[in-house]
Design a protein around this ligand. Structure first.
Ligand SMILES: [Zn+2]
Length: 262
């Protein structure tokens, strides 16, 4: 089975020219999953030339706008590009009712869409099968500080997920947004063929130092904070020093990476 990752958006949550917000397309043979749909996903997807029936499921890691803001325009583009294939959207439970309401508010009524769309709530460690891929969402501490300061006033689940993808004996980990590198302890407790790791929510030294000791065959560093991205050569030197001997690279928009067994 051919497994690949196309990076449609590798930026962090801060606006920057030349990097889109979070969107990553994983292909496992004939099965394709989109993880997050930060804007401008409708534009980057069109530019990719990929078929509008390609995506089987969308996984939304959490509801920060840089991971989710392109969703409505993506659905509108699926409508106007005549997508036919049913679509399943896996996302935090709290988001489902307001998204349904917002779709109707934006005149994206179910009756208008030439494809069926199903929303499925993610459950912590509740594995999901999509074709040959087993997807396990693992909660992170990314929203804990926000929860502590604002949950009393704005009730909700305040959840963010990393994802484990397992297919044909390969383990792929997608960090999405973390609160601290230790959020990945469970996922990286065994040999991992590929890790996509965000870099914006701890210092580069903290994240790279953590990854240096983990059994990972291939590391893709992404979501680099804008102020770090603007001095990328220094960050690359830091990574070279800390990850010596590891197989790693920094993601850029448009990158397509083939993922193979260790
Ligand atoms: Zn976030």
């Amino acid at each position: 089975m051919h497994i690949s990752l196309t990076c449609l958006g590798t930026g962090d949550g801060v606006p920057i020219a030349g990097r889109n917000h979070s969107a990553y397309l994983y292909t496992f043979g004939d099965t394709t999953l989109l993880v997050d749909c930060g804007e401008p996903i409708s534009s980057s997807y069109k530019a990719s030339g990929l078929d509008y029936n390609l995506i089987d499921a969308i996984f939304i890691s959490h509801l920060h706008s840089d991971h989710f803001s392109g969703f409505f325009m993506l659905i509108q583009s699926f409508w106007l590009e005549h997508r036919q294939k049913p679509l399943t959207v896996y996302l935090p439970t709290d988001a489902i009712a307001p998204i349904r309401q917002m779709l109707n508010t934006a005149f994206l009524f179910a009756e208008m869409l030439p494809f069926s769309m199903t929303f499925v709530p993610l459950k912590p460690l509740g594995s999901i099968a999509v074709g040959p891929v087993k997807v396990t969402p693992c909660p992170t501490s990314h929203l804990e500080r926000t929860r502590k300061s604002l949950q009393a006033k704005y009730p909700g689940e305040y959840i963010a997920y990393s994802f484990l993808f397992e297919a044909v004996h390969l383990r792929l980990v997608h960090s999405a947004d973390i609160g601290a590198p230790e959020d990945l302890d469970l996922l990286l407790s065994q040999q991992t063929d590929f890790l996509l790791c965000e870099m914006a929510h701890a210092t580069p030294e903290t994240i790279l130092g953590y990854l240096a000791g983990k059994p990972i065959s291939r590391i893709l560093l992404t979501h680099v904070a804008r102020h770090e991205w603007e001095r990328l050569p220094e960050l690359q030197q830091t990574a070279y020093r800390i990850l010596a001997g590891k197989n790693y690279s920094f993601a850029r928009d448009g990158d397509k990476i083939t993922i193979s067994a260790s």
